[in-house]
Ligand binder design. Structure first.
Ligand SMILES: [Zn+2]
Ligand SMILES: [Zn+2]
Length: 233
């Protein structure tokens, strides 16, 4: 799964799918989604039928990893041949979730995931920046050890999307009175913001892990001690 830049949701993984599914989703229709085995690519019913995927017993094998290398290669070759002929497009996973949510509502079905429609997303980044400015003007946060931050303090605000809320992470504020002070500053800010869903987390300290993957260096949170979490959903 690669990454895509979505206007609404920012940098996101994307689902790879045939052009027919993509077109259906673009027009707000929630289609039947099938998959091409081994490679997680989504197909519409007619592509699925056209390549007779269901009818090839070789593809319905439960556990690919138990096969011999020869058999695995044979199956991979068949799948790659199909894959190469398909016209494929990528769509942001959060946009797909938004369409699924709308469809379940239209059909009065239960929502299949916890939805955060009412949270600040990438498209409201200006408001998210204002929240950061407001908090920094009212409270002096400690310096961060994170090397890629825009601000060098230990306040991290990350936009939400359909499947997760806006996240406000704060390190080194261990005093309960100060934590309450920050929570009430956040409360004040959200009085005039309609998208109220958010998660505020106070952690004792930063413990970043550096993960080298070829050319790409990833920085991930390590074992951090959570002191307090406040969710508004
Ligand atoms: Zn198709
Ligand atoms: Zn999106």
């Amino acid at each position: 799964m690669g990454r895509i830049i979505c206007e609404d949701h920012g940098v996101q993984p994307f689902y790879e799918m045939c052009i027919h599914l993509f077109d259906a989703l673009e027009s707000g229709i929630w289609p039947e989604m099938k998959t091409l085995p081994i490679i997680d690519t989504y197909l519409c019913q007619s592509c699925f039928d056209e390549y007779r995927i269901e009818k090839r017993p070789i593809f319905s094998l439960e556990d690919f990893s138990t096969l011999s290398t020869d058999q695995q290669e044979k199956i991979e070759k068949q799948i790659t041949t199909i894959y190469d002929t398909l016209e494929l497009k990528g769509k942001c996973v959060e946009c797909v979730k938004a369409i699924q949510l709308q469809d379940t509502k239209n059909n009065n079905r239960p929502v299949p995931f916890q939805a955060f429609e009412n949270t600040l997303m990438h498209r409201e980044q200006a408001t998210i920046d204002q929240l950061g400015e407001w908090l920094r003007s009212q409270f002096r946060f400690q310096k961060s050890k994170y090397i890629l931050t825009n601000n060098d303090d230990a306040l991290f605000i990350k936009s939400g999307a359909m499947t997760y809320p806006l996240s406000i992470k704060i390190y080194y504020v261990i005093d309960a009175t100060e934590q309450m002070q920050i929570l009430s500053l956040i409360e004040q800010f959200f009085e005039t913001v309609p998208q109220k869903q958010r998660k505020v987390s106070f952690y004792e300290a930063e413990h970043w892990r550096y993960q080298q993957n070829g050319e790409i260096m990833r920085i991930l949170p390590g074992d951090e001690l959570l002191l307090l979490e406040k969710e508004v959903y």
